[in-house]
Design a protein around this ligand. Sequence first.
Ligand SMILES: Nc1nc2c(ncn2[C@@H]2O[C@H](COP(=O)(O)OP(=O)(O)OP(=O)(O)O)[C@@H](O)[C@H]2O)c(=O)[nH]1
Length: 392
Amino acid sequence: MESDDDIPTLIDSGEGPATSSSEAPQEPRRIPCTIISGFLGAGKSTLLKRILTEKHGYRIAVIINEFGDSAWYAAKAINVTSPDDPAVQSEEVLELANGCLCCSIKDAGIAAIEKLMQRKGAFDYIVLETTGLADPGPIASIFWQNEEYSAGLSKEIILDGVVCVVDAVFGRTQMEEDHSIDGIGESLRQIACSDVVLLNKVDLVQSQNDLFETEDMIHRVNPSAPVYRTAHANINISRIININAYRVADHIRTAALSDGSAKANANLGHGVVPQPRHYELRGISSLQMTIPPLSFEKLARLEKWIQRVLWDKELPKEDSNPNVHPVQILRCKGLLVMETGKEYILQGVQTMYEISEVSEQDVHGLPSAGKLVLIGKGLDEVARSSLMSVLM
Ligand SMILES: Nc1nc2c(ncn2[C@@H]2O[C@H](COP(=O)(O)OP(=O)(O)OP(=O)(O)O)[C@@H](O)[C@H]2O)c(=O)[nH]1
């Protein structure tokens, strides 16, 4: 670490940053950021390498935090590279001294990224690889657009999505047996916070049944994240980069609810509220449901319920349920369809949430059903009926 104030600095390689092809002033544009999380040894670096060598047209700044031999998080490096343009292969290395990113990002980590942003123009995409032990939730919330929480970073960076790499060989055991953080298995936290899951190393698994069972477990913990099977992280990059997971309704619209909900959806729009399902594994629980078209009054009630659960971490008290019922949300996602045909996306990370209207060109056809997925703690039968009562 070079600086006195513990703020990491970029070490200039001497070759200078790439310049924009056009000198014309450009609209300020937020840089998308993809977070790669995943189980130890699952293939995160392999995925990163693949991203950096694929042809995708982005000049990518990479932030890595390594788990060093001495059990210290040793160094994080930022490289600016573009496989499409050898001229920008110049490497700019940023060495950070202390702490894993999830611990230090609120201080030196943020400063590092702010310094990186002073070089904007040199890159147009950020990929951040976390260690296999990191909880991506707090990291993701740094980039959340709520400026109060993101120390202004969200003015310049937009979270594109969180990709979790799961080991197809050991993933199930890891989910069942790893350490827990605050009562939740750490690998399950990573799945909870992800927008896309890669089930990697499928070449090493003989039994299709084993793969199905691991996939099933992932789906139950996070019903809204698509799971792709990969060997050596070989994936069509467009499935993980620039997916706009927090903005695009299609992600949620096409996310399968785990019981083949097409049939259930067919009955919606007639005031039928299907039974939500919930699932619990090692402290984490998920609750998912399809939601019939809402009136604005119901939307307001649902939002109030969400606020109560996210901010107060308990269910609203009711006559039928006067006791305190603690809940915690790690991630929530929803597509809320209105009776008028308008659609809204709900996105939430930790205690932050946003409900934004889907632009008209992204609303396809007649509204059918909305979807809501909550992942966290305490999302049990009581939570289920509390949510149902809001929608009745
Ligand atoms: N057979 C096989 N080996 C793989 C695959 N993906 C990665 N590997 C190998 O598995 C080892 C671990 O891969 P990494 O990409 O370093 O995993 P990681 O998640 O970055 O590891 P940590 O940072 O230690 O958590 C390396 O030797 C890879 O070459 C795969 O799909 N199949």
